[in-house]
Write a protein that binds this ligand. Sequence first.
Ligand code: ADP
Ligand SMILES: O=P(O)(O)O[C@H]1O[C@H](CO)[C@@H](O[C@H]2O[C@H](CO)[C@@H](O)[C@H](O)[C@H]2O)[C@H](O)[C@H]1O
Length: 443
Amino acid sequence: MLDELLVAWIGRQRWFGGKGRPIDELSIDADVELTPGLRHLIIAVWQEGSRERYQLLLGERTDLPDRLKHALIGTIDDVHLYDAVHDPDRTGWLLDGMAHDETRSGLRMRHVPGAEIDASPRSLVLGAEQSNTSLVYGDAYICKLFRRLIPGVNPELEVVTALAARNAHHIAQPYGWIETDLDGTDTTLAIMQEYLSNANDGWDLALTSVRDLYALPPDVSATDAGGDFTAESERLGTATAQVHRELAAAFPTGLIEPHEVKRMAEGFRRRLGRAVAEVPELREYVSTVEDAYHQVELLTHEVPVQRVHGDYHLGQVMRTPMDWVVLDFEGEPGQPLAERKALSSPLRDVAGMLRSFDYAARHLLVGNSRADELEPRAQEWADRNRAAFLDGYAEGGGVITRADAALLRAFELSKAVYEVVYEARNRPSWIGIPLSAFRPRTV
Ligand SMILES: Nc1ncnc2c1ncn2[C@@H]1O[C@H](COP(=O)(O)OP(=O)(O)O)[C@@H](O)[C@H]1O
Ligand SMILES: O=P(O)(O)O[C@H]1O[C@H](CO)[C@@H](O[C@H]2O[C@H](CO)[C@@H](O)[C@H](O)[C@H]2O)[C@H](O)[C@H]1O
């Protein structure tokens, strides 16, 4: 009965990855009572022969207040069953559970050693739930519940706890997590971190600066623009280098030999091949991209590798009154866990952020009737901020040698290829932004 209700409900959830395809079967793999009126479910959903698992906090009430009606899943024997992430009367229990290291039938709630959790703040679901659901408790904590479950320790938890143990700056302090065994593997279900209540998203800040620049009369130079962002980009570069240094100290590092660098280029080529098959607009740029990959194959030096962020962009960094903080060390969504945790060159993150400056510069040109006129301004903003970020990265001790230029360019193009596919799938009107990366540029 509950499984039938869930089939009808889950397909409408933003975080459900199998939208548009029929559900062949849904089973409840685990059902644990956390406290009266609150259950934790692990659901397996079968579609076209493949299985995905999701977690759900299931609330039970005989009277459902109006404020929870939108979260109703269905009613069985006069008991209303609903998505309890929306119910602060129930979610407080998660704080309590983590504070006291509670275990319920294999579901383990844990706090970071030394962290004190105040269980009193009430929760709110943060903005649009996308692939995960984040609960903000007061202005103290943010608890991210992973909806689709992948067996293994989440890289974000692994990285932030290791960096916090080293007193690293530029991270949101971890407080606790929830885990269980999935297929015999320790699997992270949720992470709770410090909520940066006074911070702004790097993407929003960058866009404000771009907007200011676009509003200037054409004869005023970008340097004189009120909302110039270069000092922030430089500071972000420095913070990025420091985070890379901490990651290198906290996790294993290595050197990859030239023949392994060639294998990396093969990986770039495979991604390109898959992308071209999916997005025909990429076809005309294939030779430019392949030329760049070929330059990597010619490299004769070893390349240092370490743990990296893996999906680094302006939406993953927040500016607090003090400095930049880096969020979401999870790697590229959708990639296998092993790949997301694999050692890589820190140039990959540098390239990701350089791409993001391009995105910020060009995003306001999408559908803009003045796009042609503003294009040089966009290029100018991107060039200046990219250069400032690289300066800051070097000031922070990040090393990019002349010999790294080919690898940095290849990482940038490979990210742009990934972005073309991402935009084709999610925001087709934005596809011109990453496609512009295949044109010649100055920095
Ligand atoms: N520690 C935090 N403090 C304040 N806001 C946060 C924090 N962590 C995430 N956010 C907000 O939530 C948004 C999404 O967070 P993120 O971890 O990137 O989730 P997702 O993996 O779902 O993209 C961020 O862009 C930011 O606005
Ligand atoms: O933040 P996520 O881990 O969900 O990352 C995915 O979505 C991002 C978009 O939200 C996407 O980033 C791309 O768009 C950003 C602007 O919205 C831009 O700043 C990035 O540079 C660009 O890559 C990211 O690639 C994707 O993995």
